[in-house]
Ligand binder design. Structure first.
Ligand SMILES: [Zn+2]
Length: 501
């Protein structure tokens, strides 16, 4: 009896599976038991061909048992441990070192990249045993700290490592540079709109959710997209968190530390945004984890969809459940919303008159309120520039600041926040809980009475005041100011001019 440890996935979690292979005499037959899915059953053919590439021919009655029997085994992750179990049962491999083995086999014995190598690395680390993976997964696993892992291109190479004929091949060094971000458009390409650009910079620096309201042609969508180019690089921990989501979906590892920027359309399904489906996959909100989730034409999104985003935006995690079980995915996103000011799009436009009735305007405004709006720290109107204004900006010949130079300020401000909040386990101002806001974001007397009077005028709730304080803190961090003053608070209040309180 031989037992080779392999893994299967449940959500973003890797679960250990023990592969046992028994060969008895008789007519050739292979049976695999223990809740295997179709891909595992197909494994039989792949493994048989791969073994032939080693010059090994399967004979007799072969029983493969996958334990524990009560968890579904998924995908082709188990090809490698099944093959090793067979080789061992045939006597071609004396001892298989205690380790986790994962990988899909091609018919010629090559090891194919699989999804879930990062979760498997977490499991190997927890179990305190090494991990053997296909070379195609080496890059992502190398980024997981504290795991002993080896990789191989094919089954023959791996078997030679196990028999000691070859030295185990370690993973490449995990070094991820902060490459320059090439986002389109660059802020230098956007004319005017100083206030909206400022809001974008504050949003990127403090990870504050942002709403841009403007007529068609105001450039609100361009500004939203340009945010991708000024986000600070992912920290080491954040990089592994985003890697975990991508690895679970089998997506390629990205070079560099660029934060995710995911745009979703209002026709997207709840499952594609929130996650789920029969195999409980993470959705866009998790792919956007530690980066931006951009909802253009926000008022066109179905109410039930925006409702279902409320908890993940607030909590930073999303619970996905199905009959087959329930899993939790990360969802700490910077939410960027863009919307028209009214149904026809031209309310408040300097040139085109609005055609909406007052009833239509009221009805539309209700779409721009509600539970999600409560979580938006920065809200502002992006005016459409008149042709004269555009011409006069061009005539002055003043170049707009490029994204790369804005990004430098954003990074400096984020580093201040990482330093300030690290003892509490946070990395940016937007995610600070209420009690820390009260304890850490204190004001001098003058600023406090100013905020109190403005809060009265604007009818701000306690929560609204907290949001103002967090944004003010980010404004101060961008300026490199240690103490919060009236100017920072006034700056934050400029972005509360929408309908919410
Ligand atoms: Zn209108």
């Amino acid at each position: 009896m031989s037992g080779i440890p392999g893994v299967t996935l449940r959500g973003m979690e890797a679960l250990p599976v023990e592969v046992e292979v028994v060969i008895t005499g008789g007519l050739f037959a292979v049976s695999i038991v223990g809740m295997p899915d179709v891909a595992v059953r197909e494994s039989r053919e792949r493994v048989r061909a791969a073994l032939r590439s080693l010059g090994l021919t399967l004979k007799g009655k072969i029983a493969v048992n996958l334990a524990p029997a009560d968890i579904p085994k998924e995908g082709a992750l188990l090809d490698l441990p099944i093959a090793l179990g067979m080789i061992q049962a045939m006597g071609a491999l004396k001892e298989c070192p205690k380790a986790l083995y994962m990988g899909e086999l091609a018919l010629d014995g090559r090891l194919r990249r699989v999804r879930g190598a990062v979760p498997a690395a977490f499991l190997a680390r927890k179990m305190g045993i090494p991990l053997y993976i296909p070379a195609g997964n080496a890059e992502e696993v190398a980024l997981v700290q504290g795991v002993e892992a080896y990789c191989a291109d094919n089954l023959a190479e791996l078997v030679m490592m196990l028999t000691g004929e070859e030295t185990p091949r370690p993973l490449p060094p995990a070094y991820v540079p902060d490459l320059p971000v090439s986002a389109e458009p660059d802020f230098a390409d956007i004319k005017g709109q100083a206030q909206a650009k400022r809001a974008a910079e504050i949003a990127a620096a403090g990870h504050h959710n942002l709403l841009l309201v403007g007529s068609p042609g105001s450039g609100k969508t361009m500004i939203a997209k340009a945010i991708a180019g000024i986000l600070p690089p992912l920290t080491d921990d954040e990089l592994v968190e985003t890697l975990l989501v991508r690895s679970t979906l089998g997506l390629e590892t990205k070079a560099g530390r660029e934060r995710p920027f995911r745009t979703v359309h209002f026709t997207a399904s709840t499952v594609s945004i929130c996650g789920g489906g029969f195999d409980l996959r993470p959705g866009e909100v998790s792919l956007a984890h530690r980066g931006v989730l951009f909802l253009d034409e926000y008022t066109e999104f179905r109410r039930d969809l925006t409702e279902s985003l409320r908890a993940p935006i607030e909590d930073g995690v999303i619970h996905v459940s199905r009959a087959s079980g329930s899993v939790t995915y990360p969802s700490r996103v910077l939410l960027v919303l863009a919307a028209n000011p009214c149904a026809c799009g031209y309310l408040g436009d300097p040139v085109t008159p609005c055609k909406c009735s007052s009833y239509e305007i009221e009805r539309y405004k209700r779409k721009l309120s509600g539970p999600i709006m409560d979580r938006i720290d920065l809200q502002l109107t992006v005016p459409r520039l008149t042709p004269q204004e555009l011409l006069s900006i061009g005539a002055k010949g003043l170049p707009s600041e490029p994204s790369a130079s804005i990004r430098k300020r954003v990074i400096a401000a984020r580093n201040i926040q990482i330093e300030r909040w690290k003892e509490y386990g946070y990395s940016c101002n937007a995610e600070i809980p209420e009690k820390l806001v009260r304890r850490c974001l204190t004001l001098d007397d003058e600023t406090r009475s100013y905020l109190a009077s403005m809060a009265g005028k604007l009818n701000l709730s306690g929560r609204g005041i907290s949001r103002v304080l967090k944004v003010a803190r980010t404004i101060a961090d961008l300026a490199g100011d240690e103490k919060l003053n009236k100017k920072h608070v006034a700056g934050a209040l400029m972005f509360r001019n929408n309908q919410d309180k």
